[in-house]
Design a protein around this ligand. Sequence first.
Ligand code: COA
Length: 321
Amino acid sequence: MTYACIKGTGGYLPEKVLTNFDLEKMVDTTDQWIVERTGIHRRHIAAVGETALSMAEQAAQIAIADAGLEARDVGLIIVATTTPEKMFPSTACLLQQRLQIAGCPAFDLNSAACAGFIYALAVADQFIRNNTVKNALVIGSEVMSKVLDWNDRSTCILFGDGAGAVVLGASDSPGIVSTHLHADGTHKDVLSLGIGLGKPLAVEEALYLKMSGNQLFKLAVKRLGDLFDETLAANGLDRSSVDWLIPHQANIRIIQAMAKKLNLPLERVAITLQDQGNTSSASIPLALDKAIREKKIKRGDRLMLESFGGGLAWGSALIKY
Ligand code: COA
C-alpha cells in the first residue's frame, strides 16, 4: 500500500494587520463584541498587489524547502481558493510557471469555499495512493479582504488574508489515514459569493460575501460533530485516539464545541483565529504549520482536521503525522 504523508508545511501572512480597534473606526462594532462572539482580535490584510498567487508562492517555497525537496520534485499542484488570481489560467498553473516546473498537473479547487483545503487534500491523497504522483503541493490561499463589504459589520470583522501550504509525499505507512467529504446544496444561500457568469445579480450580491451567520453556526456544529463520529468509526477508533484537533478557524465558540466533542483540552487544539481571523481555505494549513513550527505537534501524533463552508461543503481528514 502507498499512503500520502506530510513531508513539509509553510505559511505566509501579509504584513498589514487590522485590529478590532481599527474596525471600531470603520463600522458600528466594538472590540468586546468581536472577541466575545468570535474570539478574533486581529487579522492580516493583503497589500495592493498581494494576491492568492503571490501568497501561495511564498507559502509553497517554504513548504518545499521544509520537505527537503526542490520544486522540480513536485508532481502535482492543487490550489484551494475562493479568491483566485483569474478564472483561468488557474492560480495553480500560474504558480507552476513561477516555480518553473512545467508539465505536472496543476489546478484550482475553488468551489468548496472554507472546506477547500480538505477537499484538495483528499484529491491529492488519491493521486498519491494510486501511485500517480510521488509528491504533491496542496495550498490554501485567500484574499478574503477583496470580497468583503467593508460597510457590513456582520461579515467584515470575521475574515483575513493568508496562505498555507503542505507538501505530501508517498510513504509505505500512513500519513493520511482517511478523508471524508460532504456537501449539501439545499443550504446554498446560507453562505455565498455571487461573482460568476450565472444570471445577473445586484452589485452587493455579486461582489461581496453574504452569510447568515447564526444559521451557519448551528449547521456547522451539528455537521462537524457527526463528521467526527463518522471519521472515528470508519477507522475503528474512539475520541481518545485523537492527539490534536486542527479546525477551520471560523469562530472560537465552534472550535470549543468541537474540542469538547473530541474530549480534547484547548491546549490540544491548533488555534490561530485570534491573530488571523477566518482565512477560508488557508486557515487549516496555516494552523497546522504554526503548531508544527512551535513543536507542539510531534511526529506520530494523530491529527483530526475539519472544515465547513459555503456550498454547504464540509470535510475531515484523519492524519498520522
Ligand atoms: N458588532 C456588533 N454587533 C453585531 C456585529 C458586530 N460586528 N455583527 C452583528 N451584530 C449584531 C447583530 O446585528 C445582532 O443584533 P440584534 O440582536 O439587535 O439583531 C446581534 O449582534 C447578534 O447577531 P447574530 O448574527 O445572531 O450573532 P452571533 O452570535 O450568531 O454571531 C457570527 C455572529 C457571525 C460571529 C456567528 O454566527 C458565526 O460565527 N457564525 C458561523 C460562521 C461560520 O461557521 N463560518 C464557517 C464558514 S466560513
